[in-house]
Design a protein around this ligand. Sequence first.
Ligand code: PLP
Length: 240
Amino acid sequence: MTTIANNLQTVKQRLAQACAQAARPAGAVELLAVSKTFGPEAVEQAAAAGQVAFGENYIQEAVEKIVTLQERGVAGLQWHCIGPVQSNKTRLVAEHFDWMHTVDRLKIAERLSAQRPEQLAPLQVCIQLNVDGGANKAGVPPGEALALAQAVAQLPRLVLRGVMCIPEPADTFEAQRALHLRAKAVFDQIAAMGGAGLEQFDTLSLGMTADLEAAVAAGSTLVRVGSGIFGARSTPQEKE
Ligand SMILES: *Cc1c(COP(=O)(O)O)cnc(C)c1O
């Protein structure tokens, strides 16, 4: 077995245990493999081990990888954009991804909807929340999330699937869980609102390698795991 296949198995065991600990059904939480900074070979290895959903942060890098894998005939993968996206990159996202997790402005959502190609299924989107108030941080404050969700839900070529959050790192399980619960509370508020465009609102994108147990305890339905699967990244990049 490859290291990646081994790591995948370990992460799935962690997830299963976290679900059991939280009295949630096994399989209640989907695993997104975050392949940023790793090449197409790493994705191929994970895909060979059964992984379908992959997350990417840097649009240019991601598009090259997606196209390379298509050319190699690796089919059936699902691509999630989880990095910040500026207006001039929305077209690439609309044309190449299945999911977009970081919608935090209506303008970005409108562009994605307008640019989504006819022949593709609607783009599945999450609204990114900023639950700790960092002024320079991406994400919409909880108090503005409902209005944004309502507006995004009306866009014809998007399907609003849920919310996503990257809380500040915290040292203890309880501190991590408390932050994740803030995102869960907003998720519940939007879900309770219901109505047109919210029929498929079912995704709470929360948790990474370091805090996936706390995220599962708080109700995450999708964890985004990079280093736990692919190993340490050589360059912790902040660029887009
Ligand atoms: C890089 C990244 C991850 C994965 O982080 P790991 O700590 O490597 O698991 C998850 N979510 C987002 C938004 C990221 O940028």
